[in-house]
Design a protein around this ligand. Structure first.
Ligand SMILES: NC(=O)c1ccc[n+]([C@@H]2O[C@H](COP(=O)([O-])OP(=O)(O)OC[C@H]3O[C@@H](n4cnc5c(N)ncnc54)[C@H](OP(=O)(O)O)[C@@H]3O)[C@@H](O)[C@H]2O)c1
Length: 294
């Protein structure tokens, strides 16, 4: 069977894509490929100089805008300044397994970056979105737990890996619930989840405590960054149903080419989703733009 690659991207001229965390790793590759296919790509990045450096190497129409997804103030400013349509919103920015730290909003930093930021950004930009929202998750969402009463690790002993898994599960629950709410409201917009399997990027560069060890030791068993970006590009461009979960087609969905796979049962549970949505809307002060599906 032929494998889908970035060379199979359709012509995207006339479309606008926003990619968060586009200054490095999978976001950089995703943004570059979308621009090459003709889209106008907005690189929404924490450090503008890094975004500009990344954009220099891209062909096509790119723009760099400042966005720190871990800061609700930055997210609100970015969304508030937006005018015009967004065809494809890609919530890609993420951090992994960092020590306990709280943002200026009082949010645990992995939850803030991987979940609260994308939740808020998506809800605020939704009136502009015409086609789809892609949330970049991880197979590690399977090891997460939805704990709406303690999303910020104040009642539990902090564990950096568990906090990453929880944040990715929360983001996946959100993306699937968003799709249900969009469908129930009659919106043509779809919400799709994509994950890269394991890909050698900066995210994994420090895993295990020895810089570069995992990336060097595992490079034959996992995706390189170009292959890791393929599920995101596939989700961003192919005619697949809203609510799909796209990841590598290899064993354990760790490596390979894009295919529609299955998220965990917890991620698909609508009861989990309703409680989580309400708790998150309250914590972030993001009014529910879409009511819960009946
Ligand atoms: N690589 C993997 O194996 C793997 C597996 C599963 C899921 N993922 C997911 O894939 C996504 C991309 O990760 P990656 O592997 O490409 O990691 P990466 O190489 O570390 O890149 C992460 C990107 O996110 C940006 N970022 C981090 N915090 C941000 C913030 N607060 N605001 C805006 N941008 C921020 C970084 O910007 P700076 O340049 O400013 O640091 C960087 O551009 C993440 O959501 C990650 O959880 C990756």
């Amino acid at each position: 069977m032929t494998k889908w690659t970035a060379a199979d991207l359709p012509e995207l001229t006339g479309r606008t894509a926003v990619v968060t965390g586009a200054s490095g790793g999978l976001g950089l590759i995703t943004a570059g490929e979308l621009a090459r296919a003709g889209a106008r790509v907005v690189l929404a990045v924490r450090t503008v100089s890094r975004g500009e450096q990344a954009a220099l190497a891209m062909s096509g129409r790119t723009e760099v805008r400042q966005l720190d997804v871990a800061s609700l103030e930055s997210v609100r400013r970015f969304a508030g300044e937006w005018t015009g349509d967004i065809d494809i919103l890609i919530n890609n920015a993420g951090i992994m397994q960092v020590p306990l730290a709280y943002t200026a909003d009082g949010l645990e930093s992995q939850a803030a970056t991987n979940y609260f930021g994308p939740f808020t950004l998506t809800n605020l930009l939704l009136p502009h979105v015409t086609d789809r929202v892609i949330t970049v998750s991880s197979q590690l969402h399977r090891r997460g737990h939805v704990r709406p009463g303690d999303l910020n690790w104040k009642a539990r002993r902090y564990h950096a890996t568990a906090a990453y898994c929880d944040s990715k599960l929360d983001a996946t629950v959100f993306a699937l619930e968003l799709n249900r709410r969009l469908a129930a409201s009659g919106s043509p917009v779809r919400s799709i989840v994509a994950h890269p399997g394991i890909a050698t990027t900066n995210l994994t560069a420090h895993v295990g405590g020895v810089p570069g060890l995992v990336n060097r030791a595992m490079r034959f068993m996992v995706n390189d960054a170009e292959h890791g970006a393929l599920p995101i590009l596939y989700a961003a461009s192919q005619d697949i149903p809203g609510g799909s979960y796209v990841g590598p087609d290899g064993p354990g969905s760790i490596k390979g080419y894009p295919a529609v796979r299955k998220p965990s049962r917890a991620a698909s549970d609508p009861d989990n989703a309703r409680v989580l949505w309400d708790a998150t809307a309250e914590l972030t002060g993001t009014g529910a733009q879409l009511p819960a599906a009946a």
